[in-house]
Design a protein around this ligand. Structure first.
Ligand SMILES: Cc1cc2nc3c(=O)[nH]c(=O)nc-3n(C[C@H](O)[C@H](O)[C@H](O)COP(=O)(O)O)c2cc1C
Length: 398
């Protein structure tokens, strides 16, 4: 595919990768992805974002079809991740007059990516620069999804370039949201997996752009959003806003159980944890999809995990839930573990170790029951749940 003029004098010069099936090792890209890069043909020609190293040559050719590379004045690096900067080294050699514009953090990251000094300068939050007949404004948006990120706004044309914000791993050369196939599910997937851990930061940056006049969003991956850009911004806002009862602490109890022993413990724990100040949700980890638990985990104040021991380990469904937690903001949430066992009982300790590794705070030692829990064991489980709830309600709501 060649270049595409997305609005007058703004050209898409990115790359398509239709066969990509996984991104950053862990994110699924079932319909491939695109690396979007945009050339603004203003008095001072400016490139917004670059592409993956693999597409460096193709990117140069696209640029050359539109401009003499010596004429590029600025290259805006909204975010330094290598899928947008991999081709930068080669481009800078061919475009010797280009100055890099980036946040302080992105400039620092670039130094450690390129390992050489480059021309350019840092831009402040809210700063504008003139391209002659057009103006660019920079809006810092840290943790969308790296600490270095900013958005760039092309004022005259009312175009927002938010880099990975509002992006989708979805390759369709028709490019515009009104022309490509339905990408709703993939847009949500990208949000949950890439932006999900930073919901607070999402809301902070949306607050900064909420009064801006935006007619088109040109992200760094996937479709260009022109039909109703605010629909996508509102979706991000909606997905980032906690939906739990603000007056109650939310506790999630996940368990897996082969013969119902840990299940009985989980039910007693959940019962004990249910107080006037808490809302408790009990999940059999063998029947829920871990992915569907993302929002619940994000909203929770406390997480209890129960597993019996199997071959010296915890049951896999619990590991699957923990696996999702790595891309959710769980830092400092409170947690504890429980489970039935036969002789060695490693499961609770192993779960604790992983929870600690994910930076949750373990508030009390595990509770274990030998083989089949007795009435006395279940009573202890109930107290265990109550104590856990008490540890949460002693601290202010998150
Ligand atoms: C296949 C299998 C492997 C087990 N391995 C262990 C083990 O390594 N250590 C241990 O303490 N108990 C082990 N147990 C015992 C269970 O943890 C115990 O029966 C427990 O009560 C099961 O609780 P549940 O019904 O909640 O799964 C094993 C049980 C099974 C069926």
């Amino acid at each position: 595919m060649q270049t595409l003029e997305i609005i007058k004098n703004v050209h898409w010069v990115g790359a398509l990768n239709a066969t990509l099936r996984v991104f950053d090792v862990v994110f699924q890209t079932r319909f491939g992805s695109t690396y979007n890069s945009y050339l603004i043909l203003a008095d001072k020609p400016t490139l917004i974002d670059c592409v993956h190293e693999k597409f460096a040559q193709e990117h140069l050719e696209k640029l050359r079809s539109l401009i003499n590379l010596n004429d590029i004045c600025y290259i805006v690096v909204n975010h330094a991740e290598m899928d947008h900067t991999g081709a930068l080294d080669m481009l800078l050699k061919e475009a010797p007059n280009a100055q890099i514009l980036a946040t302080r953090t992105a400039a620092l990251f670039l130094k450690n990516i390129l390992h050489r000094d480059v021309q350019g300068r840092m831009v402040e939050d809210g700063e504008t620069i003139s391209l002659g007949n057009k103006q660019l404004r920079f809006i810092h948006a840290p943790y969308w999804h790296w600490p270095d990120t900013m958005f760039t706004y092309l004022a005259e044309d009312r175009v927002l370039f938010p880099c990975d914000g509002f992006a989708t791993h979805f390759c369709d050369e028709r490019l515009f949201d009104d022309r490509v196939d339905d990408f709703t599910e993939d847009f949500r997937y990208y949000f949950e997996h890439v932006m999900g851990p930073y919901r607070k930061k999402i809301l902070e940056a949306i607050e900064k752009i909420k009064d801006m006049d935006i007619r088109l969003i040109a992200p760094s991956h996937g479709p260009i959003l022109r039909t109703d850009p605010w629909k996508y911004i509102h979706a991000y806002k909606d997905w980032s806003t906690a939906r739990k009862d603000p007056y109650k602490k939310l506790i999630l109890v996940f368990y897996a159980s082969m013969y119902g022993n840990t299940r009985k413990m989980a039910e007693a724990v959940a019962k004990g944890a249910t107080t006037v100040n808490t809302e408790v949700k009990l999940f059999d980890a063998t029947t829920v999809s871990p992915e569907s638990m993302r929002c619940e985990i994000e909203s929770a104040d406390g997480i209890l995990m129960g597993s019996s021991t199997i071959n010296g380990d915890a049951l896999k469904p619990l590991w699957d839930i923990l696996n999702v937690m790595f891309s959710v903001n769980v830092k400092l949430k409170k947690c504890a573990t429980f489970g039935a066992y036969g002789w060695s009982g490693e499961a609770t300790r192993l779960l604790e170790e992983r929870l600690r590794g994910l930076k949750l705070t373990i508030v009390q030692p595990p509770i274990k029951a030998l083989l089949t829990p007795t009435a006395e064991d279940l009573k202890k489980c109930s107290i265990f749940g109550y104590d856990f709830a008490a540890s949460l309600t002693a601290s202010p709501a998150r």
